[in-house]
Design a protein around this ligand. Structure first.
Ligand code: NAD
Length: 321
């Protein structure tokens, strides 16, 4: 069994590698070659923690595994990350455990990669202004990955807690783009691409704030009850997702579907666009909205890549089982 510790991940997996892994596994899902199993997520009644599993199997890449972990709100006070997760991979021929991989950084990289895949395949080619709604831990990874997908000239950002906007300003500077803090209305009026990455349970961005032709990557809603954008915006948009079953239960689409504003069967899985099965954006005026909930196969794809690179570089720890 191979162990790839969390501390090694940053040197093993680049944004580009995460992008390639996620794009490929989305396409495998669309071709019916890869499947996610139902998600388990439970409050454990200890340390106010939420704990669960996301698992799946990629038959094309022969990657079988599970991401286990969750959210421990008291960790920050102990100098630890609140989100904690590890991926376990298994030999699909025998079921024997083959690897354990630290998955905290991998989670941020694979989430940002999903947004980036949506921008590459769905945003207008002439997109120039990137709008960021949210300035928490994930936002920096999102900004870095998405900024590479178009020739952006500027980043505009809004956050409910303005004192956090420094993170967006610093990350924009890091990727060589000017940053401007704006109102929500200003964000909708200027941005060609909008990434939402908050933990909100009520919509911030309203349907009438968004211009025709905008692409949105809604990445923060990954739990029942969370919501970042008004449900009516999904009715104005062509809606895409990572996986439909998750999108309508724990994603942004849960609200629009429940309100009867859109139909589940009209939501297109992004992998279908990557695989050339769906045309994606159909006109420059169309609003496209990607509902990214985070699927197991993304985690397994980047973890498997980390194992391969770790073995090649000799940094994988081998343990007899
Ligand atoms: P964080 O705690 O570091 O930041 C939270 C962000 O949400 C901040 O910008 C904060 O100002 C904002 N916020 C909090 N309450 C709000 C409210 N009521 N209205 C508007 N904004 C509010 O969190 P993070 O690690 O950056 O994660 C952000 C979200 O992304 C979380 O909901 C997390 O569960 C989700 N997430 C999704 C995926 C996925 O695959 N889709 C993966 C990882 C994290």
């Amino acid at each position: 069994m191979i162990i790839v510790p969390e501390r090694e991940i940053a040197a093993l997996i680049s944004e580009e590698a995460a992008y390639e892994a996620v794009e490929a596994v989305f396409a495998a899902m669309a071709r019916g070659q890869a499947v996610n199993f139902p998600v388990v997520r439970e409050a454990i009644g200890h340390a106010e923690a939420l704990y669960g599993f996301k698992s799946g199997f990629d038959r094309a890449g022969l990657v079988l595994g599970v991401k286990a972990g969750g959210y421990w709100p008291g960790n920050m006070a102990r100098g630890l990350t609140n989100h904690q997760s590890s991926v376990f991979l298994f030999d699909p021929d025998t079921g024997m455990v083959s690897a354990m991989v630290g998955a905290n950084l991998l989670t941020a990289l694979r989430t940002a990669a999903a947004a980036a895949v949506s921008v590459r395949h769905l945003a207008r080619k002439d997109a120039r202004v990137l709008g960021m709604l949210g300035a928490g831990h994930q936002s920096a990874y999102q900004l870095r990955a998405v900024a590479k997908q178009r020739q952006f000239e500027k980043v505009v950002g809004w956050n409910m807690h303005p004192e956090m906007l420094g993170r967006l300003a610093e990350t924009a500077a890091e990727v060589g783009l000017p940053f401007e803090a704006v109102s929500l209305e200003g964000l909708g009026a200027q941005a060609d691409v909008i990434v939402t990455i908050t933990s909100s349970f009520a919509p911030s961005l309203m349907a009438d704030m968004v211009r025709p032709g905008t692409h949105l990557a809604c990445m923060g809603t990954d739990t029942k009850g969370k919501q970042e954008v008004e449900a009516a915006l999904l009715a104005r948009a062509r809606v895409f997702c990572d996986e439909r079953a998750q999108s309508i239960t724990i994603g942004e689409a849960q609200h629009a579907v429940a309100a009867g504003l859109i139909r589940a069967e009209d939501i297109v899985e992004l992998g279908a666009v990557v695989a050339g099965i769906d045309p994606g954006r159909r006109s420059d005026d169309e609003i496209t909205l990607f509902d990214g909930t985070g699927v197991a196969l993304q985690d397994l794809a980047v973890a498997a890549k980390a194992v391969t690179v770790a073995q090649a570089r000799g940094v994988a720890v081998e343990v007899a089982v």
